[in-house]
Structure formats: C-alpha cells, structure tokens
Design a protein around this ligand. Structure first.
Ligand SMILES: N[C@@H](CCC[C@H](N)C(=O)O)C(=O)O
Length: 263
C-alpha cells in the first residue's frame, strides 16, 4: 500500500507525519521503524499520525524511531498542529489529545507554533547518575538533567546512553539533557532521546524540562527562557511562577511531502 506523508522539522527534531483522520491506516512496529531508519527509509526521529477524536480536533499518536509508542513529544506536537491545520483538521487555534492529555496550541506565524504543555510532575532533587550530578522531571516525557560548564564538545551519545540505560534509577528509561546556562534567561541544550537511542537536534519536552528545573534551582531567574538546541534553533519556554501554565514555542516546518510503500 502507498501512503502520502509529510516530512516535518520541529527545530531539527524530524518527523514523518501522516493524515489518518479516516482511521484507515494501521502501521506495525517494524513498519514504523523501517520508515524512520535513515539511509534505507525516509529517516526521522519519530512518526506521527493525526487521527479522529471524540472530544477534540484530533488525536496525535506519536511513535519513536524504534517503532514504539512514545510519551509526549513537544516538537512533534507543534508539527502535528501545523500539519493538522494544513489538511483542514483544525483552525489556527486548536485543542487536541496526546497520551490521554488535552493540549491547546496556536499557530503564531507561517512556521511557528505555541503549544501549552501539561504541568510538570515527579521532580527529583540532585542525585548521582553514572558519576554525574543529576536532576529529574517529567514534562509529559521523562527527563534527566545534567549541568555542564560547556556543552560544545561533550560526548552526548556515550554519557546519554549510559544514564538512559540506568535501570535502577530509571526503570522505564529516560531522555537525558545536558545543559549549559548562558545567561539568567537562556541556556544551551543537547539531548539524548529515548526511543531514538541517539542525540537528536532538538527536544521540546527536554527544552521545557531544562527551563523549569533551571528556574527551580535559581540558575535561571526569568519566566521566559530561550533554549538553543543542537540544530542552532531557539525554542522559547514561558511559564507561570507556580509552573502550572507552561508554553513551548518554536519553528515547525514542512521539509517535503511524498508517497511511500508501507507493509
Ligand atoms: N522529541 C520529543 C520527545 C519524544 C518522546 C521521547 N523520545 C520518549 O518517548 O521518551 C520532544 O520534542 O518532546
């Protein structure tokens, strides 16, 4: 069967996005993994299907590159909103469902989307993880946080994989974020992603986690934080002081559209 897809980039986090609003398509884990594999497939950090919802404009189903259902994807959510709007599934201001939660978003420009996130949970104060001083928070996805003096030449893959695979600390695995604080309202971020099992060029829920933990620790003092991700793009996180209202803003771009054979 041939399927039409759109390849999108959310600040460098890249996704295969498919319109499944008529709920006719079912993809297997191996099929999704094959599509997401670089060189032999389309290649992407994850695959997103937008599907019909009883309560909201649509449901976002997010699969990691390993073919398994992922937890919340912030950049994927922003791309899904832009895509859903482009196929007429919603207006520029939309509500949708992902991982059983309600999300609200606004398309703020030609290629920018602002997404309201869920309030963070499960903050863990400093602990040792594989020799690193580490923090933890769940922003819709699980995130470990490590502070570095400089992220530029750091080996994210080796250390990220070690922490991600620490089953004693993270039985379900975790995404791992390495942060360099660059001012009282900005930071640089590099993320090792669970489900991709490699560093990605950006991570939305990771950017949110980095901003909120840094604010909580007093490393950041503003309630609006610019996060420069590995692609060089900037994701902006703004939030209320109690962190109950949290927003993720940044680019969501169409790279190309195509048709592909799926099993
Ligand atoms: N890249 C995402 C996070 C995706 C979820 C994650 N890999 C997981 O299932 O742990 C983002 O932009 O938030």
């Amino acid at each position: 069967m041939n399927v039409t897809f759109t390849k999108m980039s959310g600040a460098g986090n890249d996704f295969i996005v498919i319109d499944n609003m008529n709920a006719s398509l079912r993809l297997s884990e191996t099929g999704i993994r094959a599509l997401c594999t670089r060189r032999t497939g389309i290649g992407a950090d994850g695959l997103i299907m937008i599907e019909p919802s009883d309560r909201y404009d649509f449901v976002m189903k997010y699969y990691n590159a390993d073919g398994r259902l992922g937890s919340m994807c912030g950049n994927g959510g922003r791309c899904a909103v832009h895509f859903a709007w482009s196929v007429g599934a919603c207006t520029r201001h939309t509500t949708f469902e992902a991982n059983g939660n309600r999300y609200e978003a606004v398309i703020t420009g030609d290629e920018t989307v602002r997404l309201k996130m869920t309030a963070p949970t499960d903050f863990r104060d400093r602990f040792d993880a594989n020799g690193y001083s580490c923090y933890y928070i769940n922003t819709g996805s699980p995130h470990a946080i490590v502070y570095l003096d400089s992220t530029d030449t750091f080996d994210v893959d080796t250390s990220g994989r070690a922490i991600r695979s620490n089953r004693e600390l993270f039985p379900d695995g975790t995404n791992v974020n390495f942060i360099e604080i660059t001012s009282s309202r900005s930071l640089k971020l590099r993320t090792f992603e669970r489900g991709v099992e490699a560093e990605t060029l950006a991570c939305g829920t990771g950017a949110v986690a980095s901003a909120l933990v840094s604010y909580r620790l007093g490393k950041i003092t503003a309630e609006r934080v610019d996060v420069t991700v590995h692609s060089g793009d900037i994701l902006t996180i703004d939030f209320s002081r109690d962190m109950n209202e949290v927003f993720l803003s940044g680019p969501a771009r169409v790279v190309y559209t195509g048709r592909v054979a799926v099993n």
